[in-house]
Design a protein around this ligand. Sequence first.
Ligand code: PLP
Length: 385
Amino acid sequence: MNDFDYLDEKSVYLDAACQSLRPRPVIEALNRYYLEHNSCGERVKYPWGEKTDAMVEAARQKTLKLLKLKSKDYFVSFTLNTTYGINLLLNEISSDYVQKVFTSDIEHNSPFLATMAMAQRLGVPRVVLARNADGSLPLDENFAKAVVVANCAANFDGRQLINLKEVVKKVHADGGLIIIDAAQAMAHYYEMLEKTEADAICFSAHKMYAPSLGVMVVRRDLVPKLTQNIIGGGMVDDVFQDHYLLSAEANKDHVHTIFEAGLMAWGEICAYSVAVDWLASRTKADKKRLESCTQELDDFLRSNSKIRMVGAQANPTMSFYVEGLDSHLLGAALGKQGIMARTGYFCAHYYLDKVCKYPPLVRFSLSYATRESDIERVKEVMRKI
Ligand SMILES: Cc1ncc(COP(=O)(O)O)c(C=O)c1O
């Protein structure tokens, strides 16, 4: 069954790195929440609430299972998006643990700006490490009392943090903390994060076939190193005139509430749970189709002498520019033909504009929703242009 059968033949969606198309079962789960059990999670005692609670708990557990993590070591909290999760953590890590902040040159503005803000707020130095061409992070720094924030996959060419395990080990051995931006990793490379020992992983459910939602996977032993700045309903066990008892302090099973102030996007969390199952059940044939569509489009683009690709290797997320042709005009022309692609610097301004000095780019980002006919259509339209 085609879970993207709502997409007509003429619409070619190549913006999955921003937000993936949602498969039908995920859309149906969201609708079911509104139509059948519209209720607040983790608070109400009536049957609709019990159903929501079961799905929300399943969403947390399935996330850990997908990443092969144990609930005695990690917990899952929901937020708005990757940006919010990273900012929340960087704002709450106690200054006692931070003498330096590290990030890398190929980051999305999300960690790039948030690490800047943290360094400015705490008055500590910030270092921008140049990632190697293969995506690995050089390990010759000392990460003692440092917070390191790096992506697992870049959002313009999909290059990956191939030495992720060594990076986490080194940062911990030096006495630092590491947060992984997994926004671009979850849809197609979540295996990279299996059994990770990173202190936290932040990602966006909307880039992994789920509704708009942020997910944080956090080590339980990071919690004592945080000072809670954002506080409110849903996270307290008891309240007195001038003080309160947090649910997380009262019950270790409620530790996820430390990042969940106020009413959450319960319907989206329920549908995310279905998306995790959907993602985990992609078959070899699904993966092969994505791989061959990627290769086909990559070969086509590289075969044109006027096209300059950003990445060295084929990847479902690919960026390029055409010599002598404005990328925004090209994007608009593609759009008129039903091909939805992004243009500009994709919130990676520092690397693409300041380091590499590329002109604005075009990005095609493929997904499990991409059809062979989409690639043929892109080739046909690009040839004409
Ligand atoms: C690598 C990376 N990090 C962070 C983000 C920010 O994600 P969001 O806008 O969902 O917070 C993105 C978005 O494209 C991204 O690609």
